[in-house]
Write a protein that binds this ligand. Structure first.
Ligand code: AHG
Ligand code: MN
Ligand code: MN
Length: 348
């Protein structure tokens, strides 16, 4: 058969896309990123693979239980909090494009002395979210938020770099260590989910272009606090319970924000951590819990507020500041806003 009579046919097998490939494709959105962005995010994937390996063997190694230390929030640090924090700091400090790291577990932001004055990105993270669930083998997570240093800010003007509203995030996401380990992230053009294949140690694209359902059938909050929150939240929950939104709802509360949000993202519905008497400004932290979740929610077609304002518009004043967080599908979010307005429950 001569060379030009070869008959071809189109390849029908879908490509196997790893997160590295996806990031390289996505980073075209970052002019001049020149691979540094994908290198930054690969630090997060490496660290979370190490964390998940520790979690999967937690009962067999001395990684369960608490340390004798407390974190900047005055909460007792679990051993896995400390390990996860250490691993993320070690993996990310090796990425030249990073100038500042801020963690739930460190009082102050960390500059990288070997790179004073350089670095384009700050990474703010909660190394282990849902610490109270570690010892009872319930899903936990890691959250991260990436901010670019503003052109205007001088090298050591850390506040202008870190204290930017969430709408300035260039990337954000989380890893949920559940029945499988999943990375969910966005660089501002949709939300994509990657499942870790532990046999080969790669995150493989499993949930391209995640969209939150218009309405779900789950609501998620710590109902023990409901009586301590503004009346509008009780009114909202009663509306859901009474079929006021045209269907029955189930209550689901894991107590790990990442896991509760992940279910809300995939199945629809709403997750709330309202103001309570114990936490009048909310319990969750704006920079590394609410902002990444709000960024993902909006990129997937959902909404996120603090009961009054869009989370991504909030102007931070400190690294560890707290905020109420209400996040979920458009239908439930519209209803909770109506209930808060009707009872004057919004903080405005
Ligand atoms: P962390 O473990 O990082 O401190 O976060 C725990 C947070 C969040 O994951 C969860 O939604 C919330 O605490 C649960 O709080 P309650 O136990 O008060 O419901
Ligand atoms: Mn947390
Ligand atoms: Mn934490």
């Amino acid at each position: 058969m001569s060379r030009n009579t070869l008959i071809t046919e189109p390849l029908q097998i879908p490509p196997l896309e790893t997160v590295q490939g996806h990031i390289l494709h996505d980073q075209k959105r970052f002019p001049g990123a020149s691979g540094e962005f994908s290198w930054l995010l690969s630090g997060i994937t490496l660290a979370t693979k190490m964390i998940q390996a520790k979690i999967r063997r937690a009962g067999l190694t001395d990684i369960l239980g608490a340390t004798d230390d407390v974190n900047p929030q005055g909460e007792v640090q679990q051993k896995l909090d400390v390990y996860a924090n250490q691993v993320i700091l070690q993996c990310l400090s090796f990425r030249e494009s990073i100038g500042i790291l801020a963690s739930e577990e460190n009082e102050r932001p960390l500059t990288l002395p070997q790179r004073t004055g350089q670095g384009k990105y700050a990474v703010i993270f909660d190394p282990l979210d849902g610490s109270s669930n570690i010892d009872v083998n319930v899903s936990v997570g890691t959250t991260f938020s990436v901010l670019r240093r503003p052109e205007t800010s001088s090298n050591d003007d850390v506040a202008s770099w870190l204290l930017q509203p969430g709408c300035k995030q260039v990337a954000a996401g989380y890893v949920v260590y559940g029945s499988s380990t999943m990375l969910v992230y966005s660089v501002g053009n949709g939300v994509h989910g990657f499942t870790l294949d532990p046999a080969i140690g790669s995150y493989i694209l499993s949930h391209p272009n995640i969209r939150i359902p218009e309405q779900g059938k789950y609501y998620s909050l710590n109902e023990a606090n409901l009586a301590d929150s503004p009346a509008g939240y009780t009114r909202f929950v009663e509306r859901l319970r009474s079929g006021g939104l045209g269907q029955r709802y189930s209550s689901r509360y894991i107590g790990s924000m990442v896991a509760d949000f992940h279910r809300t993202l995939l199945k629809g519905g709403i997750f709330l951590y309202p103001p309570t008497t114990e936490h009048p400004d909310g319990k969750l932290r704006l920079l590394y819990e609410a902002n990444p979740v709000a960024f993902i929610a909006e990129q997937a077609g959902g909404l996120a507020t603090d009961g009054t304002q869009r989370i991504l518009d909030l102007q931070p004043t400190s690294v560890h500041q707290r905020t109420p967080l209400i996040v979920g599908s458009p239908v439930e979010m519209a209803e909770v806003e109506r209930c808060l307005r009707a009872t004057g429950g919004t903080s405005s």
